[in-house]
Write a protein that binds this ligand. Structure first.
Ligand code: PEP
Ligand code: MN
Length: 350
């Protein structure tokens, strides 16, 4: 169920509706929009007993949301969600494209700073790097853990770039939430419902990657898990799915971009690195992603990919990243978007 408030509804009226929903034993989710606030209702087993919600001051209408995902649905919020990063001009969603760049894994301070300097010089606003790695083999490099988080905090301080890194379980989530600006939940964890709920209790943006064989509905239901706990700052990311195709590591499903945008107000980013697994395919698929309307990209960049401890073959060189930024900048206006290079950070924020 969804309570649509009138455009001129006051904060007091919105609060009163939320209180009434709570009195009914349900959970209100106020979602402010450009024109009006909508209040999603969750926690109901069947049809919501309307409890005269329609008669409360400031209410325009009470409607049923027929989709299984409610808070992630466009029915609840017509305009695109834009995630902001306080103290900076960076955003994810909306007109400005977001570019997240960095190595697959943080391997050492030297490696991370060398790459960070390059991607910052090309104007990336977000720096990525794995501290906790979900590896197929238990014998493969598992990440530097907390040490990597400290290294990335140093990079944020030095360059201003906001930090994106993955939490692989509830323990690492606590540490990642403390140090990162965006918490990544990886493809293999897309249906780790315990992790999704824990991330939903935080108030930090979550980058949710599509599972290797997840349908769009399953993907949006995973976003709903996070949102149902009160964290509405969810960013979707397509990173390639398993198909019979054998020319690439995965099949990058760019057709999910318009499909997501039809059904949901959440931002959708594309990861052409994991999506193809091949350095020479990253730039072409990045171009296609922007042309298809993605809100941005997340790409793996390494200054010495032949020595990388993970995902070297799909990591692009810093010079290729510069080309990717330059081409993205040129394609963006054709599809009504813009690429701002560099991040502006207010003096008070670190
Ligand atoms: C990653 O971003 O390094 C990663 C492990 O991604 P995914 O979960 O999409 O495989
Ligand atoms: Mn990787």
């Amino acid at each position: 169920m969804l309570v649509v408030m009138k455009a001129q509804a006051t904060p007091d009226q919105i609060r009163a509706v939320c209180e009434r929903i709570e009195q009914l034993g349900l959970r209100p989710h106020p979602l402010p929009g450009a024109q009006r606030t909508a209040i999603g209702i969750t926690g109901n087993k069947g049809e919501v007993e309307r409890g005269n919600l329609e008669e409360l001051d400031g209410v325009a209408e009470v409607i049923r949301v027929s989709k299984p995902y409610k808070l992630a649905s466009r029915d609840v919020k017509a305009e695109d969600s834009v995630i902001t990063f306080p103290g900076t001009d960076a955003t994810i969603g909306g007109v400005n494209l977001a570019v997240i760049a960095g190595p697959c894994s943080i391997e050492s301070a030297e490696q991370a700073f060398a790459i960070a300097e390059k991607v910052a010089a090309s104007g990336a606003q977000f720096f990525r790097g794995g501290a906790f790695k979900p590896r197929t083999s238990p014998y493969a490099f598992q990440g530097l853990g907390l040490e990597a988080l400290h290294i990335m905090a140093g990079i944020r301080k030095q360059t201003g770039m906001r930090i994106v890194t993955e939490a692989i379980d509830n323990e690492s989530l606590e540490q990642v939430a403390e140090w990162a600006d965006v918490i990544q939940i990886g493809a293999r964890n897309m249906q780790n419902f315990s992790l999704l709920k824990h991330a939903g209790r935080l108030r930090k943006p979550v980058l949710l990657k599509r599972g290797l064989s997840a349908t769009l509905e399953e993907f949006l239901m995973s976003a709903e898990y996070i949102m149902s706990e009160g964290n509405y700052q969810v960013i979707l990311c397509e990173r390639g799915i398993r198909t019979f195709s054998d020319h690439a590591r995965n099949t990058l499903d760019l057709s999910i971009i318009p499909a997501v945008q039809r059904l949901s107000h959440l931002p959708i980013l594309i990861d052409p690195s994991h999506g193809t697994g091949r350095r020479d395919s990253v730039l072409p698929m990045a171009r296609a992603a922007i042309a298809a309307g993605a809100h941005g990209l997340t790409v793996e960049v390494h200054h010495q990919p032949e020595k990388a401890l993970s995902d070297g073959p799909q990591s692009i060189y810093p010079t290729q990243f510069e080309q990717l930024m330059s081409e993205t900048e040129q394609i963006a206006p054709i599809v009504g978007r813009r690429l701002e290079r560099g991040i502006r950070v207010a003096a008070v924020a670190d």
